[in-house]
Design a protein around this ligand. Sequence first.
Ligand code: NAD
Ligand code: MG
Length: 400
Amino acid sequence: MSIGVAILGATGSIGASTLDVIARHPDHFRCVAVSARSDIDGMLAICRRHRPELAAMSDPEAAATLAARLRAESIDTEVVPGEAGLLAVAEHPAAEQVMAAIVGAAGLLPTLAAARSGRRILLANKESLVMSGALLMDAITAGGGTLLPIDSEHNAIFQCLPSDFRCGEAPAGVDELLLTASGGPFLDTPLEQLAAMSPDAACAHPNWVMGRKISVDSATMMNKGLEVIEAAWLFGLPAERIRVVIHPQSVVHSMVRMADGSVLAQMGEPDMRTPIVYGMAWPQRLDGGVRPLDLVNAGPLDFREPDLARFPCLLLARQALQAGGAAPLVLNAANEVAVDAFLAGHLGFTEIAEVIEHCLTQAASNQLPETVDGIVAMDVDIRRIAGEFIGGPEGRRRHA
Ligand code: NAD
Ligand code: MG
């Protein structure tokens, strides 16, 4: 009997790679439930190909249109709109695994619901861990399921740890985690040119093809900052023992330095189907359609220290992790608003860090709420502060 997989964020970059892995292994996996925000054509194509039992669309009008088009084609996938639809996908009774691949804070509630329901959680949505790591890790424990990291760096580290290691524990015998970072498209751009960089330039990642939000995060290196916080939750280590190393070729996906001096690395082509098929097949191994790594022709592999003057977002994220409390939540919310404004042409590239710094200063004394409702309310509040800073009189220049 094949394993049922539900995909939150099925029309995105991670969603597409997950569906590709499922299509390669119809004997192992079947897609039972999918969600998206508003991409009707994308969902229709998925329903035609995979015939899931349930399709959720958070945009109600998109849901109604999808339902009509499915009826017209006699496809009997049930469509559920809104937040209820996302939760129905997260808790779908036929899903043994849930891929959490919605981008941003919008993924928090469905990811938490999936965690509580005790399935295998394949976690791509790093923002939910950054916003409320304690709640999510507690939900996994309470649900009794397994959390497997899909973010390529964390998946690499997981692969380097002993086979009985489970996320949330502190791994024995480990001195330091080395998170590799490509440095993004602006690694060597003259500093004085950064302010004028366009959304398309920021999204032109040299090695990975990804959604636009994470692409901008890679250009600012906030992505690596979020990943340091993600690693702290997954691997139970403090900030000082999580080091970031620039590695422009994206061949080494991360490393673990052990107490005995051994450094273990996981390598491969920069293709998210490796961590995805690893998570889905774990503890077995399956072919994910990834091109074999050819080290002889990969060229030299370089490693360098990140330049924090070029990448202030990485520094802000480290400071937020060290400050603890609500700081990571504030960092994430401010970043999401700033990246949206940048992608919409309302904010300059280097102003992203200024928005985040402003919000961190404004909310410096905030305590992290203990409930999900409190977390969501604070997220909304920080978004308001960030929006006012971007649009308000004391705010930034408008580029539109
Ligand atoms: P994407 O933009 O390509 O796709 C996002 C998906 O989320 C889409 O299906 C979209 O419909 C859905 N979505 C967006 N906003 C929503 C909302 N408000 N409500 C409900 N659904 C919504 O993003 P992606 O690149 O696939 O990234 C997804 C997640 O995986 C992110 O958290 C990202 O950080 C993480 N991740 C991605 C990659 C990658 O290679 N793309 C690598 C590591 C981690
Ligand atoms: Mg990553």
